[in-house]
Design a binder for this molecule. Structure first.
Ligand code: PA5
Length: 437
């Protein structure tokens, strides 16, 4: 991976950069010495190294082989950090259209329409389940778990639980207790690793392995980043410095953009990582994303010409998975002969340069991350790169990167509205408020 700030030239001064660098280096000390807030959630710092040496890695590989051998479809149940990582890897590292093992994600919304369709799509196939929840009690995941466990029991009777794999806390929780009762195989989400930092555990690795992804290569790529991040001027630190400097200058939004639609899931993973880590105490850069050139025909206008509070991080992929050339048309009726014989990836690359130049001209500071190609090693590297930068960035703006107190507010209201025991008082308050309005 390479990082480049040439499309941000002139939009900051050396003094601003040096000041930000100094502060981010101070945050690096806090992160590496584990002396900051949330320091009991730093298990991910050495995770690539730890997981490569763990016994669980072999269990994950074995379970993946068993699932592939006996099922047509793996249903993965989880939400937030318990599904976005696996989904991002599968989208990024497997073909767009795939006739092999189907992997479906559910338990990540309360859409009865979606759940109904997934259920009906899989009910007559051979199914395995991977239930992923650190707390073991997240409502979206738990509701879907009931439904799909019942389906498996209906289909396979006593043998149903041999097809179920849970990734959760190994010492406590409702899911943990259920697994013990039913003899369900469990994989660990360590106490010291929060959901959004867990993609390099069984949370991400089991679904990835079932999808045929080389998880050893993913971990080795992440290990390379882990080693690089020890350095003072690692790519991750330079990126964190760029976004922190821009944040201090008043930029409020970061767009992670790519010219490869396979990056869509990765952008969703990045959004969750940065939003839940930084968005506290009325602080933080709002993380969002775009796939170009598609989105140049929708939000492009706003990026180019709207309120000047946006920075952009553009992921450039040098080598596509496959190449297509622009063919000939007899008589040049579409007037496209100037592109005849050109690689579509070359056109895409020119579009990237054109966009970066235009956005820079429009006052958007653009950082470019360059990858040789979308492969397992680069994926692992990117994951660690973004997690480490997120820790640095959050400490620099002065928030705890590893909690998410804001997420509880909607949950409390929902439990009260649904009549969950223990929420009676809040239910009264809410109902009164709703009546008054
Ligand atoms: O990053 C986080 O901690 C969250 O997004 C969680 O992953 C998400 O809320 C799901 O929680 P759980 O794994 O406990 O079901």
């Amino acid at each position: 991976m390479k990082i480049d700030f040439k499309y941000a030239n002139g939009l900051y001064t050396n003094d601003e950069y040096n000041k930000a660098l100094e502060e981010v280096l101070a945050s690096k000390k806090v992160l590496d010495s584990k002396s900051g807030e949330g320091n009991d959630y730093l298990g991910w710092l050495t995770l690539p190294e730890d997981y490569l040496a763990s016994d669980e890695l072999n269990r994950v590989l074995k379970a993946a082989e068993k699932i592939k051998g006996e099922s047509d479809v793996l249903v993965v149940l989880g939400i937030g950090g318990s599904y976005l990582g696996a989904k991002s890897a599968i989208e990024l590292l497997t073909p767009y259209f795939n006739d092999g093992m189907e992997i479906l994600f559910v338990g990540n919304s309360m859409s009865s329409s979606y759940i109904y369709e997934v259920y009906n799509r899989v009910k007559d196939k051979d199914i395995s389940l991977n239930i992923i929840s650190k707390s073991g009690s997240t409502t979206e995941t738990s509701v879907a778990t009931r439904l799909f466990l019942n389906l498996l029991v209906q289909k396979y009777g006593d043998k149903a639980y041999d097809r179920v794999y849970a990734t959760t806390d190994l010492n406590k929780g409702i899911l943990h207790d259920l697994c013990l009762k039913r003899g369900i195989d469990m994989f660990e989400i360590r106490d010291d690793i929060g959901g959004r930092y867990s993609v390099l555990t069984a949370v991400g690795l089991l679904p990835m392995a079932v999808a045929g992804i080389d998880i050893l290569a993913v971990l080795k790529g992440a290990l390379e980043a882990q080693n690089d991040c020890k350095k003072n001027e690692s790519l991750s630190l330079l990126y964190a410095t760029f976004r922190y400097m821009m944040y201090k200058k008043g930029y409020e939004i970061e767009i992670l953009s790519s010219f490869e639609p396979k990056m869509r899931g990765f952008i969703e993973w990045y959004k969750q990582l940065y939003a839940e880590s930084e968005g506290k105490d009325h602080k933080g850069i709002f993380p969002t994303g775009a796939i170009f050139t598609t989105d140049l025909h929708s939000i492009g206008q706003m990026i180019q010409d709207g309120k000047r509070n946006i920075i952009e991080t553009m992921v450039k992929i040098n080598e596509p998975d496959n190449e297509v050339l622009v063919p000939e048309m007899e008589g040049n009726l579409d007037k496209l002969d100037f592109l005849k014989g050109m690689k579509i990836s070359e056109i895409n690359n020119k579009a990237l340069i054109a966009t970066a130049l235009a956005h820079h001209d429009g006052g958007v500071p653009v950082a470019t991350l360059e990858l040789s190609k979308l492969d397992c090693s680069n994926y692992g590297y990117m994951v660690y790169f973004f997690m480490y930068a997120c820790g640095l960035s959050a400490y620099s703006i002065g928030v705890n990167p590893f909690n998410q107190p804001g997420v509880e507010s909607y949950k409390k209201n929902m439990f009260a509205l649904l009549g969950k025991p223990g929420y009676e008082e809040l239910a009264k308050e809410i109902n009164k408020l709703l009546e008054e309005n």
